[in-house]
Ligand binder design. Structure first.
Ligand SMILES: Nc1ncnc2c1ncn2[C@@H]1O[C@H](COP(=O)(O)OP(=O)(O)OP(=O)(O)O)[C@@H](O)[C@H]1O
Ligand SMILES: [Mg+2]
Length: 571
């Protein structure tokens, strides 16, 4: 046992602990004399500079080496970049994360490190354990304060749930028994983003998290936009699955802008002209419908059923009223496009004549899961929707979520979570795409959704392609490995300060490892995700070429079936 009171501590060179047992310091400046002796753990260094976010410490390389075969896995990690250290300040313990390491220039055997403070917890008087851990620091240590290695027992206390509703998603790195959890209310209250390069396990992690949420909230309301048709396989038992065959999204739920995106093909001045004509004729068509009878202020945006044939007839009539010198081309363009869409079987999920009835209540009820009836998530597989209209369909669905929540403000609250896979496709930054209704509505939900009980979950492999500001609206960032520098820089900018040490490990994460920071966790954590059982996994298995290329047989039938589906545009 060595006496490690700070009085005996040489200014720049902490004493190595001589044995593997817990070190009991003499009661010195670190503890008031009334406190009993307690086990504080292994001293590994001391604070040399406190400077707001970027404080520095010095550690003894020999001590760190001597701890590297300690039975406690957390202690073996002491001093490593991304690991934590603790510092006592009065009756509280501060926890800090090591961000960088470098050799001391003049004194060999010493390692300089930069640290970020994560939070503080109180000390249990008898055992010296940390409890009641919280984010933020009220009192900073002074230079010279001793740095201790964090133990698994400490981390257990720190990561222990504080009683708020949470979902466990895996084990906290580097331990193999401490559970890492996300606080559901804090995470959903301020949106979340799930990031990671392709193949790192984003979709599976999303399924894992959503399953856990569905398990604790069987009467929840989650809408997932699934561009690759992966998630239906994962939510067979606890979700409602929609695709082109059963979505039946009525065209008249589109607002005017969305109508323009679908019906108006021209650009420049001609576009404006076409839109003006469409506005006039659309309003007239809506006014003709029975559903509009009780609507006091009918506008082009009002979601009331109207007949597409009424719309084309009105366009035709308007064209007939023109004098000879006026150009009829805009009218012809519009009418031709609408007729074309009406006749195109690929569009029938939205523009079929069957969809003219007033099904708004049923439609909202089924996609928002109101009531959920034990299936709190609806998966909307948009993979078979013609690609030119997919952004508009996503816009309509997202806007319905937002508009519903606005108009339901005085009703009993039913918050809705909207999850968007491949989010960079729909909210791209200015360099990639110009104006679009889907980008506007998703950006608006990112900014204002919280006030109306709409939560956004964005999943993307290309965070740097997202529209500016969207990532910083996400209170919780869940990041898997990101290989690209630009993406890392974007995530870095959006992450809270204390998480910077974790950030450096983002390019080095293994598959299925995830860094969680922000509102959803008490302090940033690196979690090794649980294995998701096969029947709950999305259908995104990596193909095993070496095996599959040994199989053959039945090719003729396969091709026939594929062509049949291809031609009939149905699965
Ligand atoms: N927690 C997990 N449990 C079981 N399998 C997993 C887990 N995480 C990832 N996998 C496996 O890893 C592979 C890739 O995962 P996934 O499809 O989720 O990656 P992704 O990041 O969504 O990829 P992409 O960017 O191409 O969509 C899959 O075969 C999946 O089964
Ligand atoms: Mg995926």
């Amino acid at each position: 046992m060595s006496d490690m009171g700070s009085h005996n501590f040489p200014a720049a060179r902490p004493l190595p602990s001589t044995d593997e047992e817990e070190v009991v310091p003499s009661v010195a400046t670190h503890a008031p004399s009334s406190t009993p002796k307690r086990s504080e753990g292994h001293q590994i260094g001391e604070v040399i500079e406190i400077a707001g976010s970027g404080s520095r410490i010095v550690m003894d390389a020999a001590v760190l080496a001597s701890l590297s075969d300690h039975p406690d896995k957390t202690i073996t990690m002491a001093g490593q970049v991304g690991s934590q250290v603790k510092i006592r300040v009065g009756q509280t313990w501060l926890l800090a994360n090591i961000r960088t390491q470098k050799l001391h220039e003049r004194q060999s055997g010493l390692i300089l490190a930069e640290i970020d403070f994560l939070g503080e917890g109180d000390e249990e008087r008898l055992t010296g354990h940390i409890y009641n851990f919280r984010r933020g620091v009220t009192r900073y240590p002074v230079p010279g304060s001793v740095i201790y290695a964090v133990t698994t027992a400490d981390l257990k206390q720190v990561y222990a749930s504080d009683g708020r509703a949470n979902v466990e998603i895996g084990t906290v790195y580097p331990t193999d028994d401490i559970r890492g959890a996300l606080y559901v209310d804090a995470m959903l209250g301020k949106h979340f983003a799930l990031l990671g390069s392709t193949g790192t396990g984003k979709s599976t992690s999303a399924a894992l998290i959503l399953h856990k949420i569905c398990d604790i909230a069987p009467e929840g309301h989650i809408l997932m936009i699934d561009p690759h048709g992966e998630y239906s396989a994962a939510f067979k038992t606890n979700g409602r699955l929609f695709d082109v065959n059963n979505l039946n999204l009525p065209y008249w739920l589109m607002n005017f802008r969305e109508h323009c995106e679908v019906f108006v093909q021209s650009t420049g001045d001609a576009k404006q002209m076409d839109c003006d004509i469409l506005a006039k004729c659309l309003l007239a068509a809506k006014a003709k419908s029975q559903a509009a009878a009780g609507v006091a202020k009918l506008t082009v945006d009002s979601p009331v059923p109207y007949l597409l044939s009424d719309l084309t007839n009105i366009i035709q009539n308007e064209m007939g009223k023109l004098d000879k010198s006026t150009n009829t081309a805009p009218f012809m363009r519009l009418k031709t496009k609408i007729d074309e869409i009406k006749a195109d079987p690929r569009y029938s999920f939205m523009f079929s004549g069957m969809l003219v009835g007033d099904t708004m209540a049923d439609f909202l009820a089924k996609i928002f899961r109101l009531p959920a009836e034990g299936k709190p998530i609806s998966i909307i597989d948009v993979s078979a929707i013609p690609s030119e209209i997919t952004p508009t369909v996503v816009a309509v669905l997202s806007r319905l979520v937002f508009d519903y929540s606005i108009w339901a403000k005085n009703e009993p609250s039913r918050p809705i979570l909207l999850v968007c896979e491949e989010a960079h496709r729909y909210i791209p930054n200015d360099d990639i795409a110009g104006e679009s209704s889907v980008r506007d509505i998703l950006s608006r939900i990112a900014k204002e959704g919280r006030k109306y009980g709409v939560s956004l979950g964005l999943i993307t492999q290309r965070p740097s392609d997202l529209a500016e500001g969207v990532l910083s609206q996400c209170g919780t960032i869940l990041s898997m490995r990101l290989n690209n520098d630009r993406d890392q820089a974007f995530v870095k900018a959006a992450m809270p300060e204390g998480a910077r040490g974790f950030l450096d490990s983002i390019p080095a994460l293994r598959n299925r490892e995830i860094i969680c920071c922000g509102e959803g966790v008490a302090i940033p954590i690196r979690v090794s995700l649980d294995t998701l059982v096969e029947e709950r996994r999305p259908a995104s298995e990596d193909p095993l070429f070496s095996e599959l290329w040994r199989d053959n047989g039945g090719e003729e039938e396969i091709i026939q079936r594929v062509i049949k589906r291809w031609r009939s545009q149905g699965r």
